[in-house]
Design a protein around this ligand. Sequence first.
Ligand code: GLN
Length: 193
Amino acid sequence: MKVGVIGVQGDVEEHILATKNALRNLQIEGEVVAIRKTGIVPDCDALIIPGGESTTISKLIFANSIAEEILEFARGNGKIMGTCAGLIVLAKQGDEQVAKTKTKLLGLLDVKVKRNAFGRQRESFQTKLDMKYVGEIDAIFIRAPIIESVGKNVEVLAKFEDKIVAVKQNNILGLAFHPELSSTKVHEFFLKF
Ligand code: GLN
């Protein structure tokens, strides 16, 4: 199995490490690569868009056509996980910050996201969450977005207080937090489904 982590910006190495550990735990033969240019996405069996800065990630993937390859990958029903900024980039609809920065979204996940919904860096936090199919996890929120609304094909997997923070739509998984920083549970779930 070949897993590609979109590597233009953000916590790419952390996702690569978590994915390698998850593959090992599942005893799946595989390789994990960072993607910074076109031509690699079509060879992958799964893709991850990491956290970072959604404005930057969006700008870079649309500038070098990795975005078109991701869209094609999704049309072929490929599995994609987006975390934090990656969730924002996957979303169909953003908020006024997304509009103001003219950030292009991939529109693959039928959700509306709100950037920086918990405030600034110093409002970052860690909490226990009960995630459907995965169980209890430690979720780390860093300038995290929330999911304000979901379309009818979107399954809600976790909430923090009353806010939606994890969803799944067919082969696409979107998380407002950083699973790669706490354990391999979410990656194992992603690689298995
Ligand atoms: N605040 C960032 C954004 O809006 C996301 C933060 C993160 O990925 N940790 O793009």
